[in-house]
Design a protein around this ligand. Structure first.
Ligand code: COI
Length: 351
């Protein structure tokens, strides 16, 4: 199996998302109760015991963040937020958190090494820190050894072509029969298990002709939670609304950035439960004029059409709306280094 590693940048249109890997990675092991220092190595395959905990009991967590090419060098966007969230995910999965200062140093070193693989905007160098439980006894228990590594992929758009002017558009099926996460579970952790739990619903959404799926709460199957890998926002009479965080929703870094950017732009924001029936009524009456999704990989993606119990519902005129577009341009400006970030630490220079 090929490593799909590249050491020369391809045109943005060929990159896609996560298809090609930079030739280097960061790697560290946890043994005898301690993390060993990370090393910058060539991208390589792992030799694993077939009984490895991660393969059997899904003891795995990961992150996704991006580095952007700017006039004066290359900067990562809000890596501290991803580092903090990975420590939280480690707690959920009973794993030893990776030391945060070394984590940041590893990210910077990898981006510095792969600077030549960072595409021009709207492309970016996507960074994928990952941790797996890697000891091999088959008892259901936390591993005694761990592997932490960071991969880097030059990427274009998650849903095909991207532009810096306007979000892409997708269609979303709202499922009332699949559940992503329930209270007390892993919903707030960034673990592969949550993505595995979404795969069957995503497959069904595609069969029905949609791009992706929106999950509802596990108790009433009424309140919007999130998509498979993206948070959701609606614009209701000019007010930006998003479901409040809890233990069933991933605290998206892009979600948090958009809330802060919107408030900075004097757009009212409410983190409030959004009932699917009320949202659909408000789309029909015109008071909800925009629905969009966000995430590091996809940035902002406008939702043109929703599917619900056999019906297809168009949102406004099916184009990216003014609020999503304004937030998108503002966020992309920060990525490009042309718009002042909300806080200086949002951009961390690597080169
Ligand atoms: C991201 O937006 O970085 C994600 O992790 C979503 C998905 C690609 C898994």
């Amino acid at each position: 199996m090929s490593l799909n590693s590249i050491d020369e940048l391809l045109p943005l249109s060929q990159l896609g998302f996560g298809k090609y890997y930079g030739k280097y990675m960061i790697e560290a092991t946890h043994k005898d109760g301690q993390w060993q220092p990370w090393a910058l190595t060539e991208l390589h395959k792992f030799e694993m015991h077939p009984g490895s905990k991660t393969l059997h009991y899904a003891q795995e967590i990961f992150e996704g963040l991006k580095a952007y090419k700017q006039a004066g060098g290359i900067s990562m966007f809000r890596p501290d937020a991803n580092i903090t969230r990975m420590s939280l995910s480690a707690e959920y999965l009973a794993m030893p958190p990776y030391p945060e200062a070394e984590f940041m140093a590893g990210l910077k070193a990898l981006v510095h090494k792969l600077a030549h693989l960072t595409p021009e905007l709207p492309g970016s160098l996507y960074l994928r820190p990952t941790m797996i439980g890697n000891s091999n006894s088959l008892g259901v228990a936390p591993a005694s050894e761990y592997l932490f590594y960071i991969l880097a992929c030059p990427v274009g758009g998650y849903f095909g072509d991207v532009s810096s002017d306007k979000p892409a558009t997708i269609s979303i099926w709202i499922s009332d029969k699949h559940v992503r996460a329930a209270h007390g579970g892993l919903g707030a952790a960034k673990t592969g298990a949550n993505y595995a739990a979404s795969l069957r619903a995503v497959a069904e959404s595609k069969k029905l002709g949609f791009t992706n799926v929106m999950f509802l709460d596990a108790v009433e199957r009424r309140y919007l939670e999130e998509l498979s890998g993206m948070n959701v926002f609606v614009v209701d009479r000019g007010v930006l609304k998003t479901p409040p965080l809890g233990d069933t929703i991933l605290a998206g870094v892009t979600r948090d950035s958009l809330i802060k950017i919107a408030r900075h732009l004097k757009i009212e924001v409410q983190e409030t439960p959004i009932a699917v029936d009320e949202m659909l009524k408000s789309i029909a009456s015109g008071s909800v004029s925009e629905v969009f999704a966000c995430g590091t990989a996809s940035v902002i993606t406008s939702i043109a059409e929703l599917g619900w119990r056999g019906e297809r519902i168009r949102v406004a005129n099916g184009q990216a709306g003014p609020v999503a577009t304004k937030l998108y341009q503002n966020l992309c400006g920060m990525h490009a280094g042309t718009t002042t970030p909300i806080a200086p630490e949002w951009l961390v220079k690597c080169k």
